[in-house]
Design a protein around this ligand. Sequence first.
Ligand code: ATP
Ligand code: MG
Length: 238
Amino acid sequence: DLKLTDVGKVYGGTVEVLKEIDLDIKAGELIVFVGPSGCGKSTLLRMIAGLERITGGTLEIDGQVVNDVPPAQRGIAMVFQSYALYPHMTVRDNMSFALQIAKKSKEEIAASVERAAKMLQLEPYLDRLPKALSGGQRQRVAIGRAIVRDPKVFLFDEPLSNLDAALRVATRIEIAQLKEALPDRTMIYVTHDQVEAMTLADRIVVLANKGIAQVGSPLELYETPNSEFVAQFIGSPA
Ligand code: ATP
Ligand code: MG
């Protein structure tokens, strides 16, 4: 489980972007963060990943406070909007890299990469360089790099926003399948896309004004938004 208690973020000692964030995320849940641009969605993900310091409150993973635990030891993998693949490495090597750093055996690496490639239908492309892939295939490699590390928690920061509409739908379906294939893993997914939020989420967290405006299932937020802001964001009928 992932537990945030009174979490806040102040950049550079003066700019408060988040405050009093309380959130309890169960293993196996897929949580979607939505909210206006600049409201702190990426900041929150980066704090959970350990890429950004938490300036107030506590973050616990499975009951342990991890505020000062380095990213590599948190059991978390993050997938970004821009795929950030290594351009000079094949798909296989891109997906193997983190495991090589972690000094896993050749056999273990090969097995993990095969398994992830199969899950993401990347088997035909393992020996290609990223430049010979489509945008959707590249994003699947980025997701594959996260899967091979076998994280407890997956963080996705607008992973599909660079894809065209058709690819977005196809890749969204793959992410839904990934959740089914890895039912005990927690996923947090940031998106601006209402359809993605409504179709993927177990629960949606609406962020606004430095805090959480509302948390609930897609249906709850749609049927009983607690503010005009949430209603507009979720697209409830007026
Ligand atoms: P978007 O939907 O546009 O991606 P977001 O919700 O992910 O937005 P963040 O990137 O978390 O928003 O940024 C939240 C606020 O913090 C913004 O006002 C941003 O300018 C500010 N911010 C982000 N990173 C830093 C930083 N390193 N130093 C100072 N301020 C920052
Ligand atoms: Mg962002």
